[in-house]
Structures are given as C-alpha cells and as structure tokens.
Design a protein around this ligand. Structure first.
Ligand code: ATP
Length: 542
C-alpha cells in the first residue's frame, strides 16, 4: 500500500489561504486523522489528495506516482488515483438492494486485468469444498428450521463464508446433494472424479495453445501472465461483495433495501461499498457524524479493525478530538490552514507544540494559567500565578529560556519573510483563562507582553484534592460519572478543572486543598504561544 507525500501544498482563493504551505508524509498503512476546528482546511486537504480540488501550488505523490505537480502541469484525475471515499452523507441508492448498492460501482470497472480461467477456478473451488463431505453436510444440516426444512439462503451464506466462493459456486456445491446422499463419502468421490477430468481437459486445451494455468488460475504464456482490458465478471463482483460484507458483518442483509436497515447498518453498507473496489487509500470525511453516540463508538472499533484487516492507508477528517485521539496512528492538527503538529496522539497530548494544540486535544480541556517571572541560575523558574501566588517551575531537562527565545524568534522571522500576504493572517490562538466572571476578550485591549510573561498548562488529571497540601480552593462545580468526577475549583477569581477518580461525592461550596502533581506540567511562551518545555510545578508555601 502506498505512502502519500505532500510537498509545499497551498490552496488559495484570492488572498484567502485555505491551506498554507503544507508538507506531510502519510506513511504506508497508517491511520491518519486530520483534526482541527471548523473551517481550518481539513476537507480541502483531503479533497486535494483525492483529486477533487486542485491545489494552487505544490506536489502530491501517492506511492511512486506523482498525481499532482503544479510546476510540471501534472494533475491525475480523481478516478485514476485508486482512492476510495466515504463521506458524511453517504447516500445509498434507495431503490437498490444492499447487494446492488455495493456491487453497482464494481460493474462499471473496466481496466487492464489478468486473464483468468474462471471455469477452472470454479471447478477447483467446488473440489475443495467437497473434499471433506462430513464438514459440508454438517454445515448444510445446521441450517434447518424448526420443521427440519433447510433454509437455502442461509446455507449459501454459510458455504460462501466457509469456502470463500461466490453465490453461484455456493449454489452448485449445495446442488451436488452430498448431504442427502446415502453414502456422502462415495458421492463426493464420484463428483470429484467428474470434476477432475473436466479440469484436466481444460488444462490440456491451454497447453495446446502454449498457455499455462498458474496456481491462481491466471493464464500465462512464456512465464508472463496474460492481461486484457475487461470488465469484472459477475463471479468476481460477487466475491468482492461477499468479502467486504463479511468484514462489516452485513451478509444477512443482502436483499434488503436501505429503508429496511438501521442507521448503523446503512453506514456499514456505505463502508462496504467503498471498500469493494479495494482502494489502496481510503478517505473518510466525518463518516460517523450522523450516528448516535453509542453507535459512533461501536463504529470506531469497526474502523480500527477494518484498518488492520484491509491493510489500506486511512485518512480521516474529524473535528472531534476524541475520535482523532482514539483512532489515529498519527494526528495531523491544523489551524487556519496551517499545520500545527503532526504526531502520535499521545505525543500531541503530552508534548503539544503550542497553546492551540494543548487546548484542542484533551477532554476536559487543559487549564491555562498565566505566570509572570524569571528563570534562575539553577534553571528553575520563579513565577507568580493567580495574580500573587508564588510557585517554582522545574524543567525536566536543561534549558536556557534565553537561547530558546533567540532560536524561536529566528524561525519566526524566517517564516514571515517567506510567506506572502494572507488575508486570513496568522491569527494567534487566544487561550482561555477560566474565571468566575467571564471576561469578553474581544473588547479587551491586548496587554503588553514582556519576556517575563509565560503560560502554564496543567492537565486536569494533575490536579489533586489533598488533605493539607497545596492551595485553598472551593468546589465550584462537580460532575460525577461514576468512574470519575470532573470538578471545577475556584481559586480567587480563577477556575481550575480537575479530574478525580473514584465515586467520591463533592458538595458544591466545600473548602478543599488542591495540589498540582505530576511531571508533565507544560510551560509556554506567552508571546508566541509555543511550548518551551515540560516540568514540575511546586507551590512555594509548602
Ligand atoms: P469543517 O470542519 O467545518 O467541514 P474544514 O476544516 O473541513 O471545516 P474546509 O472545508 O477545508 O474546512 O474549508 C477551509 C476554508 O476554506 C474555510 O474557511 C472555507 O470557507 C474556505 N473555502 C472552502 N472552499 C472555498 C471556495 N470554493 N472559495 C472560497 N473559500 C473556500
């Protein structure tokens, strides 16, 4: 399966940058989620890779094939990129059965394919199924109803499942009547003899034409498999439909119409329809957003399994950070058309590149606390938080904030000199400070920011209710879910969110002590919003 490479991809409408200079490598067989707020450019990125939108500039390759290159005028159309789509509105054809919905696209496929001897292939599959007459008879007899009558539809599905054959071959295998024979072993041997002589005849006929039948029944001449431009046969289509239906478990619904299915079942049909042509890359744009919460969760598991079973590369658009975290091997986090971070989910969570990434990933959201102070000679920082509370931040690795700032400023200057005027300017993400009296940021003047201004990010799980350590706080809100409680604490005018495990009930208004624990407290530069390092936070009065 191919790797996808995007080099300096930009999509502009006038001065508006939908996507700005994006470079990205989507590794072979990975599951990538494109994550970001509404309007950040996720769908545009997906559509450009798929060939549904033409980038303004840049280069895209899928596998070893360049599918778009603005400099060399290459733009391979969408239907030649061997990619599958699954959109939010997956509209099935209401007047077609499930089977027809899935097979419809396959019947239009016409391309260069190997020449197979399907008759020989079918004979071989039939011989394989009757090799063990006892197993076949049992399989068929399992499908008797209460009155002892065999449910033929069910039998066919069982045969299809057990021997990976088409429905036509399944009917033939059933038709041999092995299960009703007085002596099934003898009956199977007789049928096999007939089949074998037929197969020998076919092989001889090929030899007479200087052709050979390969193990997979492809026809070859001088060691080279013959190919021809052709459509898929009805047997090939049937096998493809059965294969994908088994993956998403809809084998029993083949003859139903979409209106006779639940939302989740319809969704699975849509997935099967997308998978049937075996796309090497599967693009999905919020495919689960129409489903209820429980079904969404179920489908997430299905998608994970599907990814492993098909071995395809999945690119998945969502604005739901939970979905992105749980599904992806890597998250591509985008804001305002610009790639923010491209990392494994837990790396984005633990080492967010900036305040935007820290805020976007994680539920409940991270706490941002403004801090003012300086770095000491021993490497630690002395800060005041919540207006007057003294704290000490100890980085988990050696870092000089001065050299960090020099390097970062250089990078920003270099970047600014490269970019052209952008009407949707690089807006700085405005982190949210939770307060009892909410402030309206939009009417507030931008405060003057100095080198002494920092922002500390504290994930809710690092807030601990303690007997006597830490700072005084009042329980402001409590949301117990049974396994854990999300709590809001009031410290002065500020609100801090914490997650406490276990079914303890906290009464609103109770005075408690809270401590900040854990090694993964994050320190950001307030001017650029970039993360400087992680470390430990100690409340000074301890
Ligand atoms: P959502 O999650 O809401 O679907 P998205 O991240 O997928 O959003 P896109 O659909 O990629 O966002 O759009 C990115 C930006 O480009 C948006 O601000 C959108 O308004 C803008 N945009 C998209 N298509 C056009 C167009 N044809 N002309 C002008 N602007 C466009």
């Amino acid at each position: 399966m191919p790797k996808i490479v995007l080099e300096n991809i930009t999509k502009r409408w006038g001065k508006f940058y939908g996507v700005d200079n994006l470079s990205l490598v989507i590794e072979d067989n990975s599951f990538i989620t494109l994550l970001g707020p509404s309007g950040c450019g996720k769908t545009t990125i997906l559509r450009m890779i798929a060939g549904l939108e033409t980038p303004t500039s840049g280069k895209i390759s899928i596998g070893d094939r360049v599918v778009f290159d603005s400099e060399n005028g290459i733009n391979v159309p969408a239907n030649k990129r061997n990619v599958g789509f699954l959109f939010q509105n997956y509209a099935l054809w209401p007047n077609m059965t499930v089977y027809q919905n899935i097979s419809f696209g396959l019947s239009n496929v016409k391309k260069e394919m190997p020449v197979y001897d399907f008759e020989a292939m079918n004979i071989s599959e039939e011989m394989n199924a009757i090799r063990n007459p006892k197993k076949l008879s049992e399989l068929i007899n399992e499908s008797k109803d209460r009155n002892g009558k065999i449910d033929e539809e069910k039998v066919y599905l069982k045969i299809i499942d057990a021997y990976t054959v088409s429905i036509f071959t399944a009917k033939k295998i059933y038709g041999f009547g092995i299960h009703t024979a007085e002596n099934p072993e003898k009956k199977a041997a007789d049928v096999t003899d007939g089949l074998r002589s037929k197969l020998d005849g076919i092989i001889k006929a090929h030899e007479a034409k200087n052709e050979k039948l390969e193990d997979n029944f492809a026809v070859s001449v001088d060691g080279k498999v013959k190919t021809e431009v052709r459509k898929l046969t009805k047997e090939e289509i049937d096998k493809a439909v059965r294969r994908v239906s088994a993956i998403v478990k809809i084998g029993m619904f083949m003859n139903r119409y979409p209106a006779e299915l639940s939302g989740g079942q319809q969704q699975r049909v849509a997935i099967a329809r997308t998978l049937a042509p075996e796309p090497s890359v599967l693009f999905m744009d919020e495919p689960l957003s129409n489903l209820d919460a429980k079904l969404r969760l179920e489908m997430r598991y299905e998608l994970q399994r599907l990814h492993v079973e098909t071995g395809s590369t999945f690119v998945y658009v969502t604005h739901d950070q939970m979905e992105a975290m749980t599904l992806a091997t890597k998250i591509c986090l985008v804001n305002n058309g610009v790639l923010q971070q491209y990392d494994a989910p837990l790396d984005v969570y633990n080492k967010p590149i900036n305040t935007f990434a820290a805020d976007f990933v994680g539920s409940p959201s991270i706490n941002f606390v403004e801090a003012k102070g300086v770095q000491k000679a021993d490497g630690s920082f002395e800060f005041k938080i919540f207006d007057e509370l003294p704290v000490r931040f100890i980085p988990d690795a050696d870092i000089s904030v001065e050299s960090w700032r020099e390097k970062t400023t250089d990078e920003i200057l270099k970047h600014n000199s490269e970019v052209v005027e952008k009407s949707n300017k690089d807006e700085n993400f405005r982190y949210h400070i939770a307060k009892v009296e909410e402030e309206d940021y939009s009417i507030e003047d931008e405060p003057e920011i100095t080198d002494q201004d920092y922002v500390i990010g504290i994930r809710p799980e690092f807030i601990e209710v303690s007997e006597n350590k830490g700072m005084k706080a009042v329980v402001y809100g409590a949301m117990p879910t049974g396994m854990e409680s999300t709590l809001k604490f009031r410290v002065g005018d500020f609100l801090i969110t914490g997650v406490v495990f276990g079914g303890i009930t906290y009464k609103i208004g109770t005075e408690v002590n809270i401590d900040i624990t854990g090694k993964n407290i994050l320190l950001f530069d307030r001017r650029t919003g970039k993360m400087i390092c992680s470390g430990k936070l100690e409340l000074e009065q301890k």
